[in-house]
Design a protein around this ligand. Structure first.
Ligand SMILES: [Zn+2]
Length: 264
């Protein structure tokens, strides 16, 4: 999508969506880049992949809409972050707001929301929330295991719930109008998977493939690996909470950690 589409208003500010052309099982219809235009100043949220056509289109839209003011990054996965430096170069090196660089004057308020990635931020603009990959439009996100990430993810969802956004603008998928329900649905979704996993374990199932067939039966083949990773996060959470059956040996992040980077 090489032209911008108005998706939200927040007070004086307008928010435009430009989607990168990198569709896939993890990126859905592509990475969403957003332009926030506030009194003639333009911020870009998530420049997306290093696709030069997308970067050029973003830079042209920024100039059409006002003056470049900054770039904000939800998390350092390539499908969001590879375009950061090429875009900043095209725009004359405006400030970068990201985890580890939060003291930047911006109309966006950053909130640390680990889970999908340790460095994950969401941004608020009034009652509009840029959710990055914490909440997706039309899919659940992947939560790679390692150090209790699923526990952190669920806490992050509750943090977002407490912010009471009216509209969620996700990193992939369409804008989410019923924001409160969307967050509640994600919390329910994880609780249902956990309940299913506990039931399958108490029925004596131990093989990972068998557990997946039972509890993640609805997942299409293209997302089977992602479901494996997510199941490991659930097992890790149960293990950390002392709720995992004794005879199940959860493989640690040594085995799964290599899957945690760049998975959408
Ligand atoms: Zn992503």
């Amino acid at each position: 999508m090489l032209t911008e589409r108005l998706v939200a208003r927040a007070g004086e500010a307008g928010v435009y969506l430009m989607r990168a052309e990198n569709p896939g099982p993890m990126t859905l219809s592509g990475t969403n880049s957003y332009l926030v235009v506030d009194r003639g100043e333009v911020w870009v949220v998530d420049p997306g992949p290093a696709d030069i056509r997308h970067i050029h289109a973003l830079a042209a839209a920024v100039r059409r809409l006002g003056e470049p003011a900054g770039v904000a990054l939800t998390h350092d996965h390539g499908d969001h972050s590879e375009g950061v430096e090429p875009l900043r170069e095209e725009l004359g090196e405006p400030p970068l707001l990201r985890f580890g660089a939060l003291l930047v004057d911006s109309p966006l308020t950053a909130v640390h929301t680990p889970g999908h990635a340790a460095d994950h931020l969401v941004f608020t603009l009034g009652d509009v929330l840029f959710s990055g990959d914490l909440i997706l439009g039309g899919s659940s996100t992947i939560v790679p295991p390692g150090g209790g990430t699923l526990i952190a993810y669920l806490e992050s969802l509750r943090v977002v719930e407490a912010l009471e956004p009216r509209l969620i603008l996700p990193g992939h998928g369409e804008p989410i109008e019923d924001a409160a329900n969307a967050v509640a649905r994600q919390l329910e979704h994880r609780a249902a998977r956990e309940a299913g996993l506990l039931a399958a374990l108490s029925d004596g199932l131990r093989e990972r493939e068998v557990l997946l067939d039972r509890v993640w039966a609805d997942v299409p083949p293209a997302l089977r690996l992602a479901a494996h990773v997510t199941m490991q996060s659930h097992l890790e959470k149960l293990d950390l909470e002392g709720r995992l059956v004794e005879d199940f040996e959860p493989e640690g992040r040594r085995h799964w950690g290599h899957l945690s980077a760049d998975t959408g």
